[in-house]
Design a protein around this ligand. Structure first.
Ligand SMILES: [Mn+2]
Length: 398
């Protein structure tokens, strides 16, 4: 016995022998055969005496997703035979032809269709200010204070430039939509803070916490000053991100969920607007309720929800949304559009009439992420136009 024989012998398993395929005998078995060629079909049925060949043939057609009403019998052959058990049987072969549709009657009247052109009035573009659409400006993840990439100065300059660009785009969008409302969404992680990673980010965060908060306040105020003169109604909302958490007792614990510098910076801006006078009385400022993490704002009939993405695992935004919506007390069950930050890249997803928009970060990169994956950021903000739950336009502004 050579080596390979020994190996094969030892590796052999007790598999069962193959069984020969059973050969059907049309003279012994009850059969139903069908053969379709274009508009012709041959159906053969065999069965015991008393079988109704015609209805059996129709059953065979149905079993092959053919409507018997669309087929007519064009030929028929029947014979009697003796089955294997000695009883008499019947055998019948039907030839079917597909019924010709009434071609003329089913054609649409072309003249009638062409008349649609005579009665059609093309809609005209609208350019005036005021109107039933909302222009949404969404941004987040500035993480002011962080050393990474072009640092706090790069992020600050980019944030101001992007807000200016978004403000300059408003007249452009007004050529297409009647926009009466502007909404600015601050989606969390506006400051780097010192709570992330249990404070281990302290060396790479050269700005103090109060400096980070001051920059956030100033940028938020800049946004308000850019848009307030251009619009009848300006709403501004902010939500807490994980970096904005004010205190983590023992590095892990939580205080109240609304205890956040990301939102408190906007509260401070709101207080300044309240004493600034007439120019800003049409500006409304919103943050989540006590111990809450989300906020919803009506934008021309679209319920816009805001959340920071640390609340769900990457890619599970709709699962999270569905779960929240199951709670009838949550405003998430009425939301049409969910705006989110946290994952630092542009991502748009839809599920039926609902839209999810994750904005890019405003910071230029996460150096930790670049070393891990090679990927730098593509920073910017996003603008959208919305009304009655629709979000027909989404644009990234860099
Ligand atoms: Mn985050």
């Amino acid at each position: 016995m050579n080596k390979s024989e020994l190996l094969n012998d030892l590796l052999a398993t007790p598999t069962a022998p193959a069984l020969a395929g059973r050969q059907a005998d049309p003279d012994k078995d009850f059969t139903r055969q069908i053969e379709v060629t274009g508009d012709a079909a041959e159906v053969t049925v065999r069965g015991p005496e008393g079988t109704d060949p015609e209805s059996t043939a129709a059953d065979v057609l149905r079993a092959h997703q053919l409507d018997p009403a669309e087929w007519e019998i064009t030929g028929f052959r029947s014979s009697e035979w003796t089955m294997a058990n000695g009883e008499p049987g019947v055998s019948a072969r039907f030839s079917f032809g597909r019924r010709k549709a009434d071609a003329v009657a089913e054609r649409p009247d072309l003249d009638e269709l062409l008349r649609a052109f005579d009665t059609y009035t093309p809609s005209r573009a609208v350019t005036e200010a005021g109107g039933e659409w909302t222009y949404v400006v969404a941004l987040g993840d500035m993480q002011f204070g962080k050393l990474d990439g072009d640092g706090p100065e790069g992020t600050l300059r980019r944030a101001m430039k992007c807000i200016d660009k978004a403000a300059n785009l408003l007249p452009e969008y007004r050529k297409r939509f009647r926009i009466g409302h502007v909404h600015i969404a601050w989606l969390g992680d506006h400051v780097e803070g010192f709570q992330s990673q249990g404070g281990a980010n302290v060396w790479r965060t050269p700005l103090t916490l109060t400096e980070q908060i001051r920059l956030t306040r100033r940028v938020m105020a800049h946004g308000v000053m850019e848009f307030a003169p251009q619009v009848d109604r300006l709403t501004v909302a902010a939500v807490p991100g994980n970096h904005g958490e004010a205190v983590r007792p023992g590095g892990k614990g939580v205080t109240r969920y609304d205890d956040s510098h990301d939102t408190d910076a906007l509260v401070a801006v709101g207080e300044a607007l309240a004493i600034a006078g007439e120019e800003y009385t049409h500006v409304e400022v919103y943050v989540p309720d006590t111990d809450e993490l989300t906020v919803v704002v009506d934008c021309s009939g679209t319920v816009v929800a805001h959340a920071h993405g640390h609340q769900w695992r990457a890619g599970r935004h709709f699962e999270w949304w569905r779960g929240q919506a199951f709670n009838k007390a949550s405003a998430m069950h009425t939301a049409d559009l969910l705006l989110a930050g946290h994952l630092h890249h542009e991502f748009i997803d839809t599920d039926g009439p609902r839209t999810f928009v994750q904005v890019p970060a405003m910071e230029s990169e996460s150096t930790w992420w670049r070393h891990r994956t090679g990927t730098v950021g593509a920073p910017g903000l996003m603008v959208m136009v919305t009304r009655d739950g629709q979000v027909p336009v989404k644009e990234v502004v860099r």
